[in-house]
Structures are given as C-alpha cells and as structure tokens.
Design a protein around this ligand. Structure first.
Ligand SMILES: C[S@@+](CC[C@H](N)C(=O)[O-])C[C@H]1O[C@@H](n2cnc3c(N)ncnc32)[C@H](O)[C@@H]1O
Length: 258
C-alpha cells in the first residue's frame, strides 16, 4: 500500500492520484469523481480505451468461465461493479445460469446500472456497499470479481481480506486493473495520451477534466503487477498469477481460496 504515515502529521495518509491525502478523505474524493461521471461513465470507457476495455472484460469473463448449466446454483459478486458492465457480461456468458450481485459504494453508479439492467430484463442485484466491509456472510459466493475498482479503494488490504472472507472454499478471485506499460515507444505515446487526451475528452464528454486527471494519475500510483500479486497472496489466496494485456495497459490477477 502506498501509504505514507509521515505526510499527515502522524496520521495515516494515502495516494489520491499524485496527491497524498489523509486516509479518511480519499473515499469522499473518489465518491465525488464517480458521482460526477456516472451518467457518461460507460461512453467515456469506450472513447478512452477505443473499445479495449470490452476485450479486457471479456478476457476476465473467459478466465472465470461461469457455468452455463448445472443443478447447483452458482453466484458471483462483482465488487466496485458500478453500472453492472462486468456482471452483465458474466450473466450473458453463463446463459442465465449465474446469479450476479453488484456491490458498489456509489449510489449514482448503481442507479445507472439498475436502470440499464431493468431495461434489459437482467436479474442483477445492486447493493450499495464498501469493498472494505462487505454486508455478506462468510463463504457466500463462488466467485469474486473486481474490475478497475481496487485502485480506488483506500484500504486495499481490507478489500482483499473481505474478498477472501465472502468466497466459498474453492472460490475464484479475479481482479482486472490498469498496469504499467513496459513497451519502449508505447510507454511515451501512452503517457501523452493519458495526460493530454483523456482529461480533454473528460472535459468535453463528461464535463469534468479533473475526475479524469485523477483516474489517469491513480493508474500511475497503483502498485506494479508483482507487488499487487504479493498483496493478493498475503490475503490468503493461492495459485496467484497475472496476465498482461495490450502491452501492459491492463493486468488480470487471479487467485483461489483453497
Ligand atoms: C473505474 S469504476 C469501475 C466500474 C466497473 N467495475 C467497470 O469496470 O466498468 C470504479 C468503481 O469503484 C467504485 N468504488 C470506489 N471505491 C469503492 C469502495 N470502497 N467500495 C466499493 N466500490 C468502490 C466506484 O464507485 C466506481 O463505481
């Protein structure tokens, strides 16, 4: 965790983009970002990533391989699930066999998700909840997914501990997150694009450059895949591994509660 106990006059502090803020302030700042962009969130994802986020999410769903049939019910919890994009893809892949719950701390993101799921007749349960303290019993889900969410959570180790707690033995943990581009040439283009084009797009499409500046900065502050994999292992998960996509723009982390 990139915390720096010195920067807050002795209190705990944490990264918020390139700034360091008191630990207790980060969640409110993050909530303001997503409340501001909720209505334009999915459109912005398509524009910013040129549609790549769809391929990364599909890669997550393929690795999850939700069962398409079976006598036993199978349930997935998608944390920081926002507008329900990942949960929708999982339900579609499972041919309706999976049960999906989306948990997110932000009421505005959930409201967009609820409306969309209702229009499409998708049986997704949307629950307002903090990843750090989930309102679900121990061992209640077959899988836990989190896509582009964990870097926004102030106490990531608590979120990982909660993921472990709510999974059934044998349960699957999958986390999609931005990573560090490590391809000479691509890294410079990616930086230019991230710091110039994305805030510009944010201003024009979502009316909010600042929130998109935070999103870009938070990607740079997130631990590299090996360090993050170590945190996943420390939470108790086994067979931890990760795969990089698109030259390292995104990473898919996997682990099991055995
Ligand atoms: C970048 S969005 C990702 C949304 C969705 N998973 C996707 O990939 O399209 C990050 C989400 O994390 C949520 N979030 C931030 N902090 C959270 C927390 N502590 N607990 C649960 N959700 C949180 C935000 O409200 C937001 O919906």
């Amino acid at each position: 965790m990139p915390t720096n106990p010195e920067a807050d006059g002795g209190g705990e502090s944490v990264d918020y983009g390139f700034r360091t803020v008191p630990l207790g302030d980060k969640q409110r700042l993050v909530d303001d970002v997503f409340a501001s962009v909720a209505r334009r969130y999915d459109l912005m994802n398509d524009l910013m990533s040129g549609g790549l986020h769809r391929l990364w999410k599909d890669a997550l769903v393929s690795r999850l391989a939700p069962p398409r049939s079976g006598k036993r019910p199978w349930s997935v919890l998608d944390v920081a699930g926002g507008t329900g994009d990942v949960a929708t893809r999982i339900l579609e892949r499972s041919n309706g066999h999976a049960r999906a719950t989306v948990a997110d701390i932000n009421g505005e993101m959930l409201a967009v998700g609820r409306e969309r799921a209702a229009k499409r007749g998708l049986p997704i349960a949307f629950v307002e909840a903090n990843a750090e303290a989930l309102p679900f019993p121990d061992a209640s889900f077959d899988a836990y997914t989190i896509a582009f969410g964990i870097r926004n959570v102030p106490r990531r180790e608590l979120a990982l501990a909660e993921a472990y707690r709510v999974l059934k033995p044998g349960g699957r943990f999958l986390c999609l997150e931005f990573s560090a581009v490590d391809v000479p040439g691509l890294d410079r283009i990616y930086d230019l694009y991230s710091f110039k084009v994305i805030p510009w797009l944010g201003a024009r499409v979502a009316g909010d450059a600042e929130s998109y500046r935070y999103l870009v900065e938070s990607i740079r502050e997130f631990p590299n895949p090996d360090r993050f994999a170590a945190l996943i292992g420390r939470a108790g998960f086994e067979r931890v591994d990760h795969r990089l996509y698109s030259g390292g723009i995104a990473a898919l982390h996997s682990g099991y509660k055995l």
